[in-house]
Design a protein around this ligand. Structure first.
Ligand code: SF4
Length: 127
């Protein structure tokens, strides 16, 4: 297992090591082995050890900021989409009321047309 060597070296349960990786938003094996060196360590595993020892924090990892920004963007997108759907829902409800009103007007116009037709047909017949 990926965390075993580090857990043994730090004499702590592997689950705690995994917890630090999760806090760093590293969930896949590939995430845990990016080893870009931007934090000043050659490997992500060394960075995890530094976080556990209290000399570094997850905010010192560029990958953490990248994933955090992606999550924040997705959350903003979901919030905006939800707000947009609410606007559409309200507009749809207003349109339903408008449509119902139009149906009533069309019904009234239909009756009026029929009355006029009856009236004029009656006049035609009177002549
Ligand atoms: S900056 Fe992050 S991804 Fe890069 S080596 Fe350090 S811990 Fe790993």
């Amino acid at each position: 297992m990926l965390n075993k060597k580090l857990a043994d070296a730090l004499n702590m349960p592997e689950e705690e090591i995994e917890g630090v990786y999760k806090e760093m938003l590293k969930v896949s094996v590939a995430d845990k082995q990016l080893n870009c060196g931007a934090c000043g360590y050659n490997t992500c595993e060394q960075m995890v050890a530094a976080i556990i020892l209290g000399t570094k924090s997850k905010e010192n990892c560029v990958y953490y900021h990248k994933i955090r920004a992606t999550i924040d963007s997705l959350n903003e997108f979901i919030t905006n989409t939800s707000e947009m759907l609410e606007v559409i829902k309200k507009a749809s409800a207003k349109f339903a009321v408008f449509s119902e009103g139009m149906d009533k007007h069309l019904d009234t116009l239909g009756k009026l047309k029929k009355n006029m037709k009856d009236t004029f047909n009656g006049l035609d017949n009177d002549q």
